[in-house]
Design a protein around this ligand. Structure first.
Ligand SMILES: Nc1ncnc2c1ncn2[C@@H]1O[C@H](COP(=O)(O)OP(=O)(O)OP(=O)(O)O)[C@@H](O)[C@H]1O
Length: 321
């Protein structure tokens, strides 16, 4: 490997892929750096490190960096279900953590107005978001993931009496917050498939949707409804996740299937959408979730299940850039 190739490789790691390939002519190294979303300190530190590194390349006497503010659009992944209680919030939190562990710059929005639970799931209950220039600044959850919840805007129970437009405005405040260099926003959607959900999807145009269902037929019928909500406004389906798929015995780990196996996968096939994976009904998942310690942040079979789902979501996003 030559020195410039070595430097180029270091540059990618140093700038998180924000720099163009450097060129050297007559001792002058030139490159472009996308500084969109970087804070001033972060930007200056990266510029200084590039200059310092560039000057170590033999023959380079000057380093010129063109700064561009090409802001990468925030891509939204909407996590939805046709009805409540199927594990949409649990999946959203663990998907965000697993995507983060795969190297994505992820943020999390809890748009569940009637039962916001992400602050508890992500261990950020004691934090309050600040505002800068009328924009909310996210708080930080597990693994340093920036996040905002409806619970940060309204006291529990109060939103029950809200009308659609009020809910819509509140949701927009969460999504249009100051997300910094976040590139992917996992949005735990409000449960159900009514007007609020439709408006939200129309306004914020998610890159794609993940539908969560349990194996029971009824939940799957509801899932079909959630699918058609996104289809109405042309939001592509990333796929279906089957949650509480079989019961994992806490003693021996054996999985029993009171509702049968493969129903959700078959339903996904019938709806012509990818099947992203299944997560068992496991006491550990509930216990850890309640304690603000999402299983996806650790190791083991549950972490593996969430990682596999996140990988499929990441692959989908990679194919649809
Ligand atoms: N795979 C799982 N194994 C065990 N418990 C689970 C699993 N998934 C979710 N739960 C538990 O089920 C309950 C409901 O989950 P969750 O809040 O994620 O569902 P939801 O669809 O977001 O519900 P709501 O719409 O009411 O907010 C929670 O107590 C959660 O800990």
């Amino acid at each position: 490997m030559t020195d410039i190739a070595d430097f180029t490789a270091r540059l990618t790691a140093l700038t998180d892929g924000r720099a163009s390939a450097p060129r050297v002519r007559n001792g002058v190294m030139t490159l472009a750096l996308d500084v969109g979303g970087l804070g001033p300190d972060q930007r200056d530190a990266i510029l200084a490190a590039i200059r310092e590194g560039g000057l170590t390349v033999p023959g380079v006497t000057d380093v010129r960096i063109a700064q561009t503010a090409e802001r990468r659009p925030l891509r939204i992944i909407a996590v939805a279900s046709g009805k409540g209680g199927v594990g949409k919030s649990t999946l959203s939190a663990n998907l965000a953590v697993a995507l983060h562990r795969l190297g994505h710059k992820v943020g999390l929005v809890d748009a569940d107005i009637y039962g916001p639970s992400q602050a508890r799931l992500m261990g950020s209950e004691d934090q309050k978001p600040q505002a800068r220039e009328k924009k909310l600044i996210p708080v930080t959850g597990v693994a340093g993931i920036p996040m905002l919840s409806m619970a940060h805007l309204v006291e529990p129970g109060k939103a029950l009496a809200w009308r659609g437009p009020m809910v819509g405005n509140a949701l927009s405040q969460l999504i249009d917050a100051d997300w910094g260099d976040t590139q992917l926003l996992v949005v735990d959607m409000p449960p159900g498939t009514g007007d609020i959900q439709l408006t939200m999807v129309q306004k914020h145009k998610p890159a794609g949707a993940v539908i969560v269902s349990t194996p029971q037929d009824l939940a799957l019928i509801d899932a079909t409804r959630a699918v058609s909500l996104f289809a109405q406004v042309g939001v592509p389906m990333i796929g279906l996740v089957e949650n509480m798929a079989g019961y994992a015995c806490p003693h021996c780990g054996e999985i029993s299937d009171p509702f049968g196996q493969g129903g959700a996968e078959a339903a996904a096939g019938e709806m012509d959408m990818p099947f992203l994976g299944r997560v068992p009904l496991a006491i550990d998942i509930r216990r850890q979730s309640d304690a603000g310690d999402p299983p996806a942040a650790g190791e083991g079979i549950h972490a593996d299940a969430f990682r596999a789902i996140a990988q499929r979501v990441a692959d989908w996003l990679g194919r649809t850039v």
